[in-house]
Ligand binder design. Structure first.
Ligand code: ZN
Ligand code: ZN
Ligand code: FE
Length: 749
């Protein structure tokens, strides 16, 4: 991979062992030839294997003897660029400890310079226009190196050797502050102005690495409230940033692995349990949550913005610079226009962003990262496929879209694009696809998409298939989830696995909405072994926004007499609305059938009075998860009959318990326990029928940590091998890889 400082490391090791020869980047990886005594060569190889550069990820390592060659020295050769070859581009990397030290060193020539970087850190994907990853192909092309920077850039012993975004206050990008169309300050003064405005409770748009953030003092309730109103974002939690780990750990509890990841070059937002101080802060920034999302300053500019000072806020809200649901703003002119009504002032800079990208969001599962949103720091890290792939594009889903390109042994899953429901996100999708194709030099010979005919991503694939006469494979959503999970885990065989695909929405082969699916699936095919009993989705999208409607649909299906009940959803909905739901459920008018697991979570959350109406996706499921009493081990019966999972006895049991005054925390916990029990039961039954022992777990429902922490040991105790996502999120962000895997299996055999 380019931009991770591999060649300088090799250079230094060759010097150490007094070897001559060369190193270069090629499409096949790093190629090195060393000349010297066999003992010195062997020591060099051993050293390199033991101490590779910290950011490098070595897929394979091959050593071959060659005919003796005489070299006068060891040299770093230019990247070899053969037409059609690809050189993987590195994700963007958070500022490294060396650059951070220089940033705050008054004696350094880059003291307080907001764009300090080196071969180990700085922008990568966001500034690349083309490959090879050399300065003229980046958004740094317009900044000519000053003599000092040029000397560092060309010196193989310097830690900025061939650091493409190298810059300094003399020759590099600069910041300025503007408000109301007026430039108010430049450079250090601009930073101080921005900090002053934040202290006053103002909301700023700050241009960062992959786009603009909206920023305000997280401890200032009025400022946060204003931001919510302007952004049309009522309840959804905001991401936070603090200067250093000790500050963050005042508010959240970090495990050793979480501490390591948040400080790593990926520097994601980490969702973590709160301390007492965190709970206080959450009342302002993340109401009704049990976890807060924190990140560290990952660029020098962010460090300068967060630098502690008396009276200065120690936590800032850092949320994507957009109106709710739109893509993040990344261009100066675009930001001035789109964010004018949201921000009081702008902290700008003149380094263009070629690829907009959001912050990644991660939680920890068994001390390993488990992704919620895969974006900055992770994309476009390629995934190694278990087989050779033809060049193919899979366009992904409607919500939480990512797309996936394949070539040779690799899959390039794009960063999180967003929900393709508005024109802005659709154009971000349509711009990102050719950009990835260009950067990775992939000319798709086939396409894959979702089975849903109306998804914009499906339409894009159809249009391209027609225009370019390419084969198009439509893949069922939950099949794609499971295929994605096994592909990511290196599953190389055509053997099927058991797939627990639980999510909110996916178009089924029968035209209904699926989502509580237990499949027997290989790459090519799947059978739907068990699924939740379908119930009406009364009012379509309205039932998604109002879990109370979903609860009513379940109550009606369960034959509960709602007239003489004081259940939360019944008292919440108006008599007219109840009548409408009855009518829709009865006639099927505007009420598709669904086997969605997400909707079952919604229904139960509403039934026990936790959430009757949502303002953001998965809100009800999160409320149910956080309400659960961790000590409770009871459960309800979820019966498996033929291929149906019947939740109705459970609904009736919950109603009875509510009438008996059983607490919401107890019922919520029992609901989670029941799902886990039923899932294991289903797996055992499938094992009896098929002898399958591998269980792939995918779908947005599995973002529920309580569920994950219960299902994994439960499956393992029964002798199953669970496969979970580790590089992609379990939500729809993983689906494009699964579509690609299924399409490749069908097209390539
Ligand atoms: Zn650095
Ligand atoms: Zn310079
Ligand atoms: Fe899904």
């Amino acid at each position: 991979m380019q931009g991770v400082g591999f060649r300088p490391t090799v250079y230094q090791l060759a010097q150490k062992h007094a070897l001559t020869g060369w190193v270069l980047n090629s499409a096949h990886g790093v190629e090195i030839e060393v000349s010297g005594s066999p003992a010195a060569c062997a020591a060099f190889v051993q050293d390199l294997q033991r101490n590779p550069p910290p950011l490098a990820h070595i897929d394979s390592f091959e050593v071959q003897p060659s005919a003796p060659q005489v070299y006068s020295a060891f040299e770093i050769r230019e990247s070899q660029d053969k037409a059609g070859d690809f050189l993987p581009v590195s994700p963007d990397l958070a500022i490294c400890p060396d650059c951070r030290r220089e940033l705050f060193d008054p004696g350094d020539r880059r003291y307080r310079y907001p764009f300090i970087n080196c071969t180990n850190c700085g922008p990568r994907l966001t500034i690349v226009q083309s490959i090879p990853y050399d300065r003229p192909n980046t958004s740094m092309a317009g900044f000519a190196l000053c003599p000092d920077c040029a000397a560092e850039y060309h010196d193989p012993a310097n830690r900025r050797f061939h650091a493409q975004p190298i810059a300094c206050p003399v020759c590099g990008p600069q910041v300025w502050f503007e408000a109301g169309g007026q430039k108010l300050a430049e450079r250090e003064e601009a930073l101080q102005t921005a900090r002053g405005w934040l202290v006053e409770g103002k909301i700023l748009a700050v241009k960062g690495l992959g786009g603009f953030h909206l920023v305000c003092d997280a401890t200032n309730a009025a400022a946060v409230q204003t931001l919510r109103e302007r952004k049309h974002r009522t309840g959804k939690p905001f991401a936070l940033m603090a200067f250093d780990l000790p500050t963050i750990e005042k508010y959240v509890i970090l495990s050793p692995a979480a501490r390591q990841l948040i400080s790593a070059p990926q520097a994601p937002i980490i969702l973590a349990e709160m301390t007492a101080a965190g709970k206080k802060l959450a009342q302002i920034v993340a109401p009704d949550q049990t976890r807060l999302g924190f990140m560290l300053p990952y660029t020098p500019l962010h460090l300068l913005l967060l630098e502690p000072a008396p009276g200065y806020p120690e936590v800032l809200v850092m949320t994507s610079g957009n109106l709710s649901e739109e893509p993040i703003a990344y261009d100066n002119a675009e930001a001035r226009e789109r964010l004018a009504s949201l921000a009081d002032g702008f902290l700008m800079h003149d380094r263009p962003i070629y690829m907009r990208i959001d912050d990644s969001v991660v939680t920890m599962l068994r001390e390993k990262p488990y992704l919620v949103r895969r974006a900055r720091g992770f994309a476009p890290q390629q995934l190694r496929l278990p087989w050779e792939a033809m060049p193919l594009l899979a366009t992904g889903t409607e919500l939480k879209n990512s797309f996936c390109l394949t070539r040779e042994r690799y899959a390039f899953v794009s960063h999180y694009i967003g929900d393709l429901e508005n024109q802005e996100t659709l154009s971000a999708f349509e711009q990102a696809i050719p950009h990835y194709e260009h950067v990775f030099r992939i000319q798709p010979k086939a396409l894959a998409c979702d089975l849903h005919p109306d998804y914009l991503a499906t339409r894009y694939a159809q249009a391209r298939s027609q225009a370019e006469s390419l084969p198009l494979v439509a893949v069922q959503h939950h099949h794609a989830h499971i295929a994605s999970c096994i592909a990511e885990n290196g599953w190389a065989s055509h053997e099927p696995v058991i797939g627990l695909a639980y999510d909110g929405t996916g178009y089924g082969t029968d035209g209904t909405i699926w989502g509580g699916e237990i499949l027997i699936a290989c790459y090519k095919d799947f059978t739907r072994r068990f699924h939740l009993a379908p119930v009406p989705l009364p009012g379509g999208d309205l039932a998604v926004r109002k879990p109370a409607r979903m609860a009513l649909s379940y109550l009606l299906a369960a034959g509960v007499d709602i007239e003489d009940q004081t259940l939360a959803p019944v008292t919440y909905l108006t008599p007219d609305e109840i009548q409408a739901v009855r009518h829709q459920a009865h006639t099927g008018f505007n009420a598709l059938l669904t086997s969605s697991m997400g909707r079952l979570f919604d229904a139960v959350a509403a039934l026990i009075g936790l959430c009757e109406e949502i303002s953001y996706e998965a809100q009800a499921a999160m409320a149910l998860e956080s309400a659960s009493d961790p000590q409770e081990s009871g459960f309800y019966e979820m019966l498996l009959k033929n291929d149906i999972i019947d939740p109705l006895p459970m609904i009736r049991a919950i109603v009875a318990e509510l009438n008996d005054g059983v607490s919401a925390g107890c019922i919520a916990a029992r609901f989670h326990n029941s799902l886990v029990r039923m899932s294991v039961e289903a797996c055992l039954q499938i094992r009896q029928e098929t002898e399958l022992r591998t269980v792939a777990i995918s779908g947005g429902v599995w973002q529920n940590m309580r569920l994950m922490n219960l299902i994994l040991p439960a499956l393992e105790a029964e002798g199953f091998t669970p496969l979970i996502h580790t590089q992609l999120p379990p939500n729809d962000g993983c689906v494009s890889l699964g579509q690609a895997a299924v399409a490749l299996a069908r097209l390539q055999g």
